[in-house]
Design a binder for this molecule. Sequence first.
Ligand SMILES: [Zn+2]
Length: 301
Amino acid sequence: MSGAPLPWQQGFWQQWQAYRRQPSHAYLLMGEQGMGVDELAQAMARSLLCPAGGCGQCAACHQFAAGTHADFYQQTVPEGKRDIPVEAIRTLNEWVVETAHAADGHKVVWLHPVEALNEASANALLKTLEEPPPRTTFILQGAHVGQVLPTIRSRCQHLHAPRPSQAAALAWLQEQLPDYGADQLQRALMLQFGAPLAVVAWLNQGGWQRYEHWRQQMNALAQGRQDLVQVASDWAGWMDVTEPLRLLLAWSAQQLRQSPQLRWHRLQQVIVEALAALAGSANKQLMLEQVLVEFVYGKQD
Ligand SMILES: [Zn+2]
């Protein structure tokens, strides 16, 4: 049996050893993105499929690692869709009633994010959860328990993926990214809202260079050396237009902690509204300008 996927999950993993021997039909695993919840869900699934609880050596574990285990089913949001359609759940329900392939016959479904179920697909899944097939375990993973239908919630055993302390997150990051200094990693962790796996992905995709560019722009704006329309137009050209806004959101959250002023609070509200609008079909340039107007001209208390 192998250990927890990440150091801050040790306590959870020990408790899981007791659960997995007599697993429930359905678990609702809640945890914020970037904290290693995906890794935890997969380790849980593997531990149910492997006769030795996730040894990493046996045929089941090798098949699981290769993504070819016949008794494991992953359901997420299909490419190009906004939610998990009811047709997908119908296919899943059919798969669930088929006989399991392995001799011990356990099947595992990993569905995420559970908030992506729409009303029809949630109801289709509910039918299976209400009459659970034998030796089948559902791992329903999400971040916002309030967005999960109460009827689904009540059918599941609830588990909370642990969040690392800042010290634990930093220690892990220093092992993963030895080329970065402790100060940089601490800053990156703040900018990624304390989520260490998000930090790794972000830094590996050139996040630090973009951050330096962003920081120069913000300094120039604050000192009146740069025009906000130009900055907005630069941001509109970023591959992910929400990234400069999320950087500003994290930065303003830190300002709020250091010197609680209403202006930072207002700036956060404007950013959150802009992010919501950009998830729809809002005009990028206009939204970004609105945020920058608040940043530059937002009044001191
Ligand atoms: Zn194994």
